[in-house]
Design a protein around this ligand. Structure first.
Ligand code: AMP
Length: 400
């Protein structure tokens, strides 16, 4: 009899820890939860398992205390059978093209990558260090958002900047959401009935953060995010691409500092900025658009046009186009965004089936194109936690 293997997946933020207990033999997590507002008097732990949700105040708890509090929950849910811990790490730089076992050497390499992701990697490391202290006898594995994109060719990852910035300072395009792009593209290839060899797929991960990816032979060959997750598409509060001279222009004309410009581009722009400050949430914008709100209408139009342009650009990297995948909160739920986007991609031969598109919301997945000879179009729910658990198991199998 083969034994079920269970992995605790941890996604550490600066003041939060998201976790999920994944069994290798079932698609849904056994237990999911979030410890948030860590380090404050309002710190709380919330979890869902066995169909019910519970909550506990953990006033003043840091990452280690939050993990110590959830340890008995995880052990009860896993019935003593935890195989290992998989950690999401945002940036692996050029050092990591796949998941790796956490050792003093790999931890030091992740720490050395922190200047490339100053908000994310130190926060991920907080979660890792706390988890290694609370679960000292279990193996720990890091799975990187950037790793899937390490197959990009130089023509896709180099900026047109002086070479020393790349050679000495790592200034290049890295790409993010790799775990999601990999998971849904593997699902699409498996469900499509088409061979992976010679295949070409486009993928749109559309959540609060959003990116596109071109996948040839199952490998990432281009993606819309760059050195940081700000490049590319319009996102919830992130601007995506702007003229690089905007920084100098705002500094000269408004006297803004770099932190002020960073805040503008990362937290006050995107759908929120375009909608005149109404919302960064696509559900709210769709409703307001239906009610005739001009800012919401513009935000949806710009979002879809920029997405279509990015997908068309990504198609340059593919040998042929087998299909397009929508995923993420917006990609999995917004028939409107899918319809407006695909309508602007008719030159790629993409055609939607309106009824199938309307049906694929709230967890409903499937194929939504109108049949051959058009390339396939799929709505596939992403499951980054499961991919992290599977990668963790693969690393443990390779390095027992
Ligand atoms: P994520 O970051 O993947 O959780 O995605 C968050 C985004 O998905 C937000 O913009 C939500 O408004 C959007 N979203 C979730 N459900 C729906 C829905 N039913 N219709 C439109 N957008 C949705």
């Amino acid at each position: 009899m083969t034994r079920t293997r269970q992995i605790l997946v941890i996604n550490g933020g600066s003041s939060s820890i998201k976790f999920a207990l994944i069994r290798d033999d079932q698609p849904e997590a056994v237990l999911t939860g979030l410890a948030e507002r860590l380090g404050t008097a309002e710190a709380r732990l919330r979890w869902t398992g066995n169909g019910s949700t519970a909550e506990q105040a953990i006033a003043g708890a840091d990452h280690a205390r939050a993990l110590a509090t959830l340890l008995p929950l995880v052990e009860a849910a896993a019935a003593g059978g935890l195989t290992g811990i998989g950690h999401r790490v945002v940036h692996g730089g050029e050092r990591f093209s796949g998941a790796c076992r956490l050792t003093p050497e790999t931890l030091a390499a992740i720490r050395a990558t922190s200047p490339l992701a100053p908000l994310h990697n130190p926060a991920n490391l907080l979660g890792i260090e706390a988890a290694m202290a609370v679960f000292p006898s279990l193996p720990h594995v890091a799975v990187f958002d950037t790793a899937f994109h390490q197959t990009l060719p130089a023509r896709a990852y180099r900026y047109a900047l002086p070479e020393f910035l790349y050679q000495e300072h790592g200034v290049r395009r890295y790409g993010f959401h790799g775990t999601s792009h990999r998971y849904v593209s593997q699902q699409a290839i498996a469900r499509s009935g088409l061979a992976e060899a010679g295949s070409g797929w486009l993928c749109a991960h559309l959540g609060n953060g959003a990116s596109t990816c071109a996948i040839a032979d199952g490998r990432s060959v281009d993606t819309s995010m760059g050195l940081t997750p700000l490049e590319g598409l319009v996102m919830g509060t992130r601007s995506g691409d702007v003229d690089p001279n905007l920084h100098g222009h705002l500094a000269r004309t408004l006297g803004w500092s770099l932190p002020e410009i960073d805040r503008l581009l990362n937290h006050e722009s995107g759908l929120l900025g375009l909608s005149g400050g109404l919302s960064n949430d696509m559900r709210t914008l769709e409703q307001a658009r239906a009610d005739g709100h001009a800012g919401a209408t513009l935000a949806v139009e710009v979002f879809c046009y920029r997405l279509a342009k990015s997908l068309a650009a990504m198609s340059c990297a593919l040998p042929r186009l087998d299909g397009l995948i929508f995923t993420g909160g917006i990609g999995e739920n917004s028939a409107l965004v899918r319809e407006r986007t695909v309508a602007q991609l008719h030159l790629l031969g993409l055609r939607l089936d309106a009824a199938a598109n309307a049906r694929c919301i709230r967890g409903e997945q499937g194929r939504i194109d109108n049949g051959s000879p058009s390339p396939q179009i799929w709505v596939i729910a992403t499951n980054e936690e499961r991919q992290i658990a599977l990668d963790t198991l693969a690393v443990l199998a390779a390095t027992p």
